[in-house]
Design a binder for this molecule. Structure first.
Ligand code: SF4
Length: 329
């Protein structure tokens, strides 16, 4: 953290208090913004947890450090609050790949299928879907639908879709989208890095290609990977997901060594990037200037109501699923 952090923290605290606002950050924004969220009583979480946390806050204004679909999810679950994102240009390649009109057409080709979409989609796409899921609950939910004899459309991430198919043996119609960060991890270079580091564990987000997932010791959501980095007995941890996550991992295990999974092959000048260009648009200066910009997330009531149904179905399923799991264990 830079030497002016405390100065900045006081400024942000004061700013949030004066404006009846709370800062909520995603694991992928830079370490400073994550720490500012933590130190001002906000939270750092995945997109759904960010929105859920927002619902429990008294403040009328929620400021989202993340990307646009996260702001939209917060608005869908908190329509009475004013939701702001730090940069309206901060989007996501998965969201961008799946425009609502094209997706509606795709779905109309398979009218007998339930539409399951990943959280990384626009509010419009969520509003025409049956289910919205996070990576942590996608497999049990798809299995549950298949047990009921339902056929499934999956969007927008083709790699996460392939991973779900591999794990469950369930055949789905999959939209052709990908995350530009996770898609870049390279198998050969990752094998070399594993060889160099004895005593290492590889943690991979399932938005990565199948060949990279096959080299993983743990595959899972951001939260699962953070927990795995803590519980791992290995000294060295290689991580294939956006590098903003290292802030939380290093905080939990300051004695471990963390390595970015390689994103480029032999001869490349940059061996690893692992940085989302849109997450990178989030800065603390934009936070201070938030009310000078036009960064409020506005959605029509009909979109909010329809998208909310699909998200709430998933939340209900998730609650039941974990209750059942608890009973069994
Ligand atoms: S890291 Fe990938 S999935 Fe996450 S916001 Fe960036 S482009 Fe989207």
């Amino acid at each position: 953290m830079d030497s002016h952090y405390n100065e900045k923290l006081n400024l942000v605290k004061d700013f949030l208090k004066k404006n009846n606002a709370k800062l909520i950050a995603h694991y992928y924004v830079d370490a400073e913004l994550q720490k500012l969220a933590e130190d001002t009583g906000g939270c750092v979480a995945d997109s759904l947890q960010m929105a859920k946390f927002g619902s429990q806050q008294e403040e009328a204004n929620l400021i989202i450090a993340g990307v646009k679909f996260m702001g939209e999810t917060a608005k869908i679950l908190n329509p009475e609050k004013n939701i702001y994102v730090l940069d309206k240009e901060a989007t996501c390649s998965l969201d961008e790949s799946c425009k609502v009109d094209e997706f509606r057409k795709f779905c109309s080709d398979y009218p007998d299928r339930e539409v399951v979409v990943y959280a990384n989609t626009s509010a419009e796409v969520k509003s025409i879907s049956d289910w919205v899921v996070t990576s942590s609950i996608a497999i049990p939910l798809v299995e549950n639908l298949a047990r009921k004899g339902k056929k499934i459309i999956w969007a927008p991430d083709k790699y996460l879709g392939a991973y779900i198919e591999d794990q469950t043996g369930i055949d789905m119609k999959i939209w052709d989208g990908s995350c530009i960060v996770h898609e870049e991890y390279k198998t050969i270079e990752l094998k070399k890095l594993k060889k160099q580091l004895d005593d290492c564990e590889v943690l991979v987000h399932p938005e990565s290609p199948r060949s990279v997932i096959q080299l993983a010791d743990v595959v899972g959501s951001t939260t699962k990977l953070i927990n795995a980095s803590k519980s791992s007995k290995s000294k060295n941890i290689i991580v294939a997901t956006e590098k903003g996550i290292f802030y939380q991992m290093k905080k939990l295990s300051p004695d471990k060594n963390f390595y970015e999974a390689p994103t480029e092959g032999e001869g490349a000048t940059c061996k690893s990037c692992g940085r989302c260009p849109w997450m990178n648009l989030n800065t603390s200066q934009k936070l201070i200037d938030i009310f000078k910009s036009n960064n409020e997330i506005l959605l029509s009531n009909s979109i909010i109501q329809s998208a909310k149904k699909s998200i709430n179905r998933m939340i209900e399923f998730e609650d039941k699923y974990y209750q059942e799991k608890k009973k069994v264990s």
